[in-house]
Design a protein around this ligand. Structure first.
Ligand code: PMP
Length: 390
């Protein structure tokens, strides 16, 4: 039976006509400040490796040593026979790192979000999501069968009204802590007050804050001084600032025991390779010890914002490593991305459906792997584009 009546051709053609057909570009380099594509070296301003740890010699060494000792595949799901000593140690260290009683590893952030939401709410319950939440939070909410509503971006009054108007017993509020395409922070203190008043539970997705924000790198929750009572469900990923792969949820021991028993994407999937857990443990030690990485990143952010705003570009209101340059028009975003590529910079254009129509942008990310001269080179290139009215 062929797939003819599934309309793949028509849908793909539509994507081509909209110039939104997506394809991966291969590269031949580790994640770092530079990236090699078809023999050409680019300065990389699109990576989420915010602290420059993905290619760190000690992280790689921990990975290799563990692979030699523990093997490559974990062989089974955690609850079967896949839960290695490395996973156990990492879960304990993650809990301690983010100052919460317990933590549970998931194979990806996408699965963590689907797993937690579907384990906690279902038909008859209600989820409330920021309009700009990551797709995995939205998909989790939609697939749960709970009543689903979205509030205006970071608008606590709108959330309050929606919570008040809803009489479900279980209400779950979901938000990115650092918004992945805008780089701004969720107003956690206000969200916490609102949730407490309305007896709703708050879950934050700190994929882009963990490792980067807070005095010790424990993330957006630490940045705002929140406790486990304020934010009972803390989720973060390991493939960004931590430089490895996977995700975790942290909270009370009861929450973690519950998820281990009821979160299907945890139960029914193969555990991460133990060597990934070992590499992640090393990476956490570096995040704790090498505070200069966060400081360097902060310095890059300040310089970049100051100079690029002075050039007249429109940057979004973000103080994080994600510094989107708002373009608006899709074609112009592609054109600018290409013009930067011609000058040796890898800066990806982000367009609908990832962001709303009319809000296409260059999602520029700064990392501790960049030298000040790299950031300055990008600033100079943007100045030239501005002068030449590209
Ligand atoms: N949440 C957010 C906010 C993200 O940006 C991402 C990754 N883009 C995820 C979840 C998914 O994490 P993972 O890549 O580990 O599936």
């Amino acid at each position: 039976m062929s797939l003819t009546h599934f309309n793949l051709t028509t849908k793909l053609l539509e994507r081509h006509q909209q110039q939104r057909f997506r394809q991966c570009k291969t590269h031949d380099s580790p994640q770092s400040a530079t990236l090699i594509h078809q023999g050409q070296t680019y300065l990389n301003f699109s990576s989420n490796d915010y602290l420059g740890l993905a290619n760190h010699p000690l992280v790689k060494k921990a990975f290799i040593q563990s692979a030699e000792q523990d093997g490559v595949g974990s062989g089974a799901a955690h609850l079967v026979c896949g839960h290695h000593r490395q996973h156990q140690a990492l879960e304990e260290e993650l809990a301690a790192f983010c100052q919460r009683p317990a933590a549970l590893l998931f194979s990806t952030g996408y699965m963590a979000n689907l797993g937690v939401i579907n384990a906690l709410v279902g038909r008859g319950d209600a989820v409330f999501e920021d309009r700009l939440n990551h797709a995995s939070l939205l998909d989790g909410g939609l697939s749960s069968g709970a009543r689903f509503s979205r509030y205006q971006h970071n608008d606590v009054d709108d959330l309050q009204q929606k919570l008040q108007a809803n009489d479900s017993l279980k209400k779950l509020v979901l938000t990115d802590a650092v918004f992945s395409m805008d780089g701004d922070l969720a107003p956690l203190p206000q969200l916490i007050a609102c949730c407490q008043q309305q007896q709703a539970a708050l879950m934050i997705d700190d994929a882009h804050g963990f490792g980067v924000l807070g005095n010790t790198g424990a993330g957006t929750s630490e940045h705002f001084g929140c406790t486990v009572d304020d934010v009972p469900i803390y989720m973060a990923t390991l493939g960004k600032a931590v430089g490895t792969f996977g995700a975790f949820v942290a909270g009370s021991q009861e929450l973690i025991d519950y998820l281990r028993n009821f979160a299907r994407p945890y139960i029914y999937t193969t555990a991460l390779p133990p060597a990934i857990a070992a590499a992640t443990r090393q990476s956490l030690r570096l995040i704790a010890q090498e505070t200069w990485r966060r400081e360097q990143l902060q310095a890059h952010i300040q310089i970049f914002r100051q100079q690029v705003l002075a050039q007249g570009w429109s940057l979004m209101a973000s103080d994080t490593a994600i510094q989107p340059l708002l373009v608006g028009d899709e074609q112009r975003a592609l054109q600018l991305s290409q013009a930067l590529a011609d000058k040796g910079f890898w800066v990806t254009a982000i367009r609908p459906p990832t962001v709303p129509v009319g809000e296409s942008r260059l999602r520029i990310t700064l990392t501790a792997a960049h030298k000040t001269a790299d950031v300055q080179a990008l600033i100079n290139a943007l100045a030239e584009l501005r002068t030449n009215d590209v």
